[in-house]
Design a binder for this molecule. Structure first.
Ligand code: T1G
Length: 694
């Protein structure tokens, strides 16, 4: 075994030269890996004792892509194109042995090989679009030549991987290897030599491009098919253009076109924001004061108290992760209704072809319903998801504390109540934590994990690991009113309500935030969630909001009642401005003595976004969030903040905190002390710094 570089070795195993990459954790294509692969393949070509080459990886995965930490730094030779060129022009067949996830530059390297084999659990894909980029090492030119244009467009502009079976079907791999992958790849390489199979250079194959050559409409049809989902994103369009180049240009020209389009994206703001977010999402998994090796509690069973919308949705996350759930309701009728909704949700997914019937059956087989809390005695974790009443929650937690085994975690899904106080209702406050799911709980990826003053490190570490297991993205926050996401949302809502009194049209406020990149504006969102939710909370707190209360008093709760801030035609979810609401707003403004005026789009945007940023600065000062990037993760996954803007605080740094600070001062003069800049924001602005410098 010869070490070519610190990350790549070469060894002749009989008549096959094996080049092995070992760069934990994901064999990213750092400069040492690139140099090593190039040197390793050159060594095999020069080694007369071998007649074929296998490229394999140690660890949990084949190459998972370029080393994203190298982005933005001066390029270091050899570049990936050069490495792939050495492989593809090899005089001996090179076989890629794929396990884990061959992604991005990893798949592009494998496409430079003459053959690819994989084990059954392998996945292959080109996810660069999710980083705001496109495959920059020939992927947009080689993949179409293997799988054809339609599938290449889907894989490249969508960024999702395919499994080994599908890869075999479409010719991306030649064989699925059972048993030891490297041995299987060596045997395959020997077969290629023994059978005199050709050195397949994908760059020379053009037959799969013919369909698109005769039907260029494929590209515009595809553009239309992704228009809604890729709204405002730059990378998908560049992906499509690069793939168009594979059809309209010779290979070498197509590579050049790919490079141009890649550099356009790499130098743009969106890819920087999406790369920032890639690492932010992973950083949020780490709790600064909880050691990485903190022991975890085994979570093999879960109990859920409440089979309503949230309880049912939460249960589905556990069931899909293969974790048995015991769900509790107060009456058999409520229990049957709740379980019926879970079943109906799965059945809908099955009917859309997004879930197999046997998977649904498996999930339902793991679900047990009961009306007795005592049936939760042996579960490892309980999540309470009943209505937002502190007395009732404290009573339930007192009972759970007496019923559940020692060491069971008692979690609450509350979004508004003080979890420290809930913990004090038990004798195990160190096992009490908030697990704040976002509705619909089986869909939204964010899980806001709320630590109390007493939540133990083990419980926090266990719940962070559990989040990933049930397909959620966790962020740890502290106890305060609204935690992080809703506390910032409340600031936006307050300003939106003031803006419509001052003269901004309801639909203009929504339009401005929609055009900014939010999935919908505050009023459309309220109509979707139900205006009565906020109404109940305001009533509980003795708070009023003239317009919001007025529409609720008319029973206009939103989409569920057919009318809310907007009118909805029967069976339609399209919001239509409603003169009745306009009259309510005008009257409320008159009663408040407000002289209505034109409000610019710029003022709407600043007055909705900047108070959120100011509140986030307070959240950081109070230690409710540990990092600015955690707050960005919360807003992207909890509220649909456009990922190409990185998150509210990444956006604030992009705008410049000094500019935001000055605008806050201007709004303070016009609208009062609520606009006083947070001390942290003022400090950073005056020092010419950003949240990234914290
Ligand atoms: N570069 C650098 N570090 C990476 C990395 C990468 N490509 N991928 C993952 N990591 C780090 C990650 O930050 C984390 O670090 C650790 O590895 C484990 O990751 C030329 C230009 C492979 C599916 O987009 O999708 O190729 O937190 O927690 O859940 O055309 O990582 O431990 O310190 O995510 O098991 C294209 C990105 C790059 C794949 C594994 N490739 N990675 O998931 O572990 S651009 C990608 C992933 C490119 C070429 C272009 C996932 C994974 P830490 P993890 P995981």
């Amino acid at each position: 075994m010869t070490a070519i570089t610190d990350f790549v070795s070469y060894e002749a195993q009989g008549s096959v030269g094996v080049v092995t990459v070992n760069n934990p954790p994901v064999n990213a294509l750092s400069v040492g890996v690139r140099a090593g692969i190039k040197g390793g393949v050159e060594a095999a070509i020069a080694d007369d004792s071998v007649s074929a080459v296998v490229l394999a990886c140690e660890g949990r995965t084949f190459i998972a892509g370029a080393d994203i930490t190298e982005f933005g730094k001066p390029p270091m030779e050899p570049g990936l194109h050069e490495v792939i060129g050495v492989i593809e022009s090899s005089s001996k067949p090179v076989v890629a042995a794929i396990h884990g996830t061959a992604l991005g530059g990893g798949l592009e390297t494998a496409l430079g090989c003459h053959y690819r084999v994989a084990n059954g659990t392998a996945k292959v894909g080109l996810p660069e679009v999710k980083l705001g980029l496109l495959p920059g090492a020939g992927g947009t030119q080689r993949l179409p030549r293997v799988v054809g244009i339609p599938m290449a467009l889907t894989m490249i502009a969508g960024g999702n991987p395919i499994g080994a079976k599908k890869a075999l079907e479409v010719g991306l791999i030649s064989e699925i290897i059972e048993g030891d992958l490297t041995e299987g790849a060596i045997a395959f390489a020997k077969k290629v030599v023994a059978e005199g199979r050709p050195l397949v250079k994908i760059s020379d194959q053009n037959d799969k491009l013919e369909e698109a050559k005769s039907n260029p409409a494929i590209f515009d049809d595809f553009r239309k098919s992704i228009a809604r989902k890729s709204r405002n994103f730059e990378a998908p369009e560049n992906c499509i253009k690069a793939v168009e180049g594979s059809v309209n240009l010779p290979f070498a020209e197509g590579l050049k076109r790919e490079r141009e389009l890649f550099m356009e994206l790499m130098q743009g703001e969106q890819s920087k924001a999406q790369q920032y977010f890639f690492f932010s999402e992973r950083l949020a998994n780490k709790i600064p004061d909880v050691p990485k090796d903190t022991p975890l509690i085994d979570i093999n069973t879960a109990g859920i108290v409440g089979a309503g919308t949230m309880g049912g949705g939460i249960a589905m996350n556990f069931l899909q992760a293969g974790i048995p759930v015991t769900i509790v309701e107060t009456t058999q009728e409520a229990l049957d209704k709740g379980i019926g909704i879970i079943e109906a949700n799965y059945a809908a997914t099955v009917s859309k072809g997004r879930m197999k019937q046997e998977a649904m059956d498996k999930c339902m087989s793991l679900l047990t319903g009961t009306t007795s809390l005592e049936d939760l005695a042996d579960v490892d974790i309980v999540i309470e998801a009943i209505f937002e009443n502190m007395d009732v929650k404290k009573e339930i937690f007192g009972k759970l504390d007496a019923i559940c085994k020692d060491g069971a975690i008692l979690a609450t899904n509350t979004s508004t109540l003080d979890i420290d106080e809930i913990g004090e209702a038990t004798k195990r406050p160190e096992y009490v934590i908030g697990l704040h799911f976002f509705s619909p709980a089986n869909v939204m990826k964010l899980l806001e994990e709320v630590r109390t003053k007493k939540t133990s490190a083990t419980v926090m570490a266990t719940c962070m690991a559990l989040a990933k297991r049930i397909g959620k993205v966790p962020a740890m926050v502290g106890v305060c009113d609204g935690f992080v996401g809703n506390r910032m949302l409340a600031q936006r809502g307050e300003q939106a309500n003031k803006l419509i009194l001052e003269g901004a049209k309801l639909e203009d406020v929504d339009r401005v935030l929609f055009d900014f990149g939010m999935p919908m504006g505050p009023f459309a969102m309220s109509d979707l969630a139900g205006n009565d939710v906020g109404w109940r909370i305001r009533q509980g707190r003795g708070v009023t909001s003239p317009v919001a209360d007025a529409i609720c008093e008319l029973g206009r709760f939103g989409q569920k009642t057919g009318d809310g801030y907007y009118h909805y035609e029967k069976g339609s979810r399209t919001p239509q401005p409603d003169p009745i609401v306009e009259d309510i707003i005008v009257k409320a403004a008159r009663d408040a003595g407000i002289n209505r005026r034109e409000v610019s789009d710029e003022e709407i945007l600043k007055r909705c976004i900047y108070p959120m940023i100011n509140e986030a600065a307070k959240i950081l000062e109070e230690g409710i969030a540990a990092r600015a990037s955690d707050i960005d993760v919360i807003w992207v996954y909890g509220y649909g903040w456009p990922i190409y803007r990185g998150g509210p605080l990444r956006y604030a740094d992009h705008i410049g905190l000094e500019n935001i600070y000055n605008d806050l001062l201007k709004f303070k003069e016009e609208h009062g002390d609520e606009w006083t800049p947070a001390p942290l924001l003022e400090k950073l602005a005056k020092e010419g710094k950003g949240f990234k410098d914290l």
